[in-house]
Design a protein around this ligand. Structure first.
Ligand SMILES: *Cc1c(COP(=O)(O)O)cnc(C)c1O
Length: 372
């Protein structure tokens, strides 16, 4: 079914612009394997996060997660756990399993929908997991930066475990006025999938302060090669193609205006929707906003809102639901703590479309349908 107002509508570079890039790729006879567009894009992604950061691009955030967890945690034997939220996308938990770890899902807090610090303390102090926790995979839920990032970094330092951050939907988001998402933990992982604010089709990146880590990620995504054609470590193919990097460079050039537009849509939802019926995620106004997540205050009405929107031609969705511990694969591949808030949010969250160039009348229509 096609909707009058689709869930995503990325504003991609024009066919002429992409054709010009493609002509250069043909001329250079360099299609992938760290060509000139990829090198420029990696440098630009790191520079976007800030001075002193390094980046490695990837074919997707999933391959970036896989390589990061492999590099930071080493390959596990399946006996140890990594703390992560159940309220997230499956990719991070799947990457953990591929790396030889079991996800240990813990609960989230109600305001930012991020992993809950006290739930992490509880898991870390649980004798059942003594010496069995290898690290923390934090997720900036829906790409919105947590207000507690310093506390998470302090916790990781104190317990001496690595903190890796899945910020897949959050390129362009801020933790605070003075700190960008991408700047925290051992490294942060981004997605440039068509559904994300900086969209290039398929693609991802890892950003870190640690240049040696980024170098090892470049090797892992290139079959573990260090010297040409000789595997020095376990790797796979996770490389980004030139054409996608070229699109990324064009998207980055106008990213500031894309962000302004997206944040303006959120501001309209916030001022237009009945505040006693709909609440927003803390710090969403500083996010790049793959969509607008709202918490329906009367969960019994959530599905009716969803159908009313769909009937009006609006494609709304429910992310991240079902949360991971309710998905069949993770019932055996993972363990979980008490997930009271996760399950309640799972039943009340609703994701509304945000487009790069969203028409005022489309936003108004959505608000009208929801306010009833
Ligand atoms: C989108 C997303 C991913 C997957 O990104 P891909 O680039 O499609 O692999 C992983 N984690 C989270 C939290 C996401 O939102």
């Amino acid at each position: 079914m096609s909707y009058k107002i689709p869930f995503i509508k990325p504003d991609f570079p024009s066919a002429e612009d992409v054709a010009a890039d493609y002509a250069r790729i043909l001329e250079a006879n360099w299609f992938t394997n760290f060509g000139p567009f990829e090198q420029k894009f990696a440098t630009a992604v790191a520079a976007y996060v800030g001075d002193g950061y390094f980046a490695s691009t990837f074919s997707s955030a999933t391959s970036a997660l896989l390589a990061s967890l492999l590099a930071v945690l080493g390959r596990g034997d399946g006996s140890r756990y990594v703390i992560m939220p159940s309220f997230t996308f499956a990719a991070g938990a799947e990457a953990l399993v591929w790396c030889g770890y079991k996800p240990l899902f813990i609960d989230i807090e109600k305001t930012g929908l991020h992993m809950d610090l006290s739930a992490a303390e509880t898991a870390l102090n649980d004798p059942a997991f003594d010496q069995k926790i290898a690290g923390i995979l934090f997720c900036n839920a829906f790409g919105v930066g947590t207000a507690d990032i310093e506390a998470w970094e302090q916790l990781a330092d104190r317990i001496g475990l690595p903190l890796v951050i899945d910020s897949a939907a959050g390129f362009g988001s801020l933790y605070s006025a003075s700190r960008k998402v991408g700047s925290a933990g051992r490294c942060e992982i981004f997605s440039f999938h068509a559904t994300k604010p900086l969209s290039i089709g398929e693609g991802g990146a890892v950003v870190s302060r640690d240049e040696a880590l980024i170098k090892s990620l470049v090797s892992i995504q290139n079959f573990g090669f260090v010297e040409k054609g000789s595997a020095a470590r376990l790797g796979f193919n996770g490389k980004l193609q030139e054409i996608n990097a070229a699109i990324g460079l064009r998207q980055l050039k106008r990213f500031d205006s894309i962000l302004l537009n997206r944040r303006a849509v959120l501001a309209k939802y916030k001022s237009g929707l009945n505040p006693s019926a709909f609440k927003f995620q803390q710090n969403a106004e500083n996010a790049s906003l793959c969509f607008a997540a709202v918490l329906v205050q009367d969960p019994a009405k959530r599905d009716a809102y969803l159908s009313a929107l769909r009937e009006a031609g609006v494609e709304a969705k429910i992310y991240y639901s079902p949360s991971l511990h309710q998905q069949p694969y993770f019932k055996t591949a993972a363990r979980h703590a008490q997930l009271t808030v996760t399950e309640s949010v799972d039943g009340s969250v609703l994701s509304l479309p945000i487009h790069d160039n969203m028409r005022a009348e489309d936003i108004a229509l959505i608000i009208n349908v929801l306010n009833g």
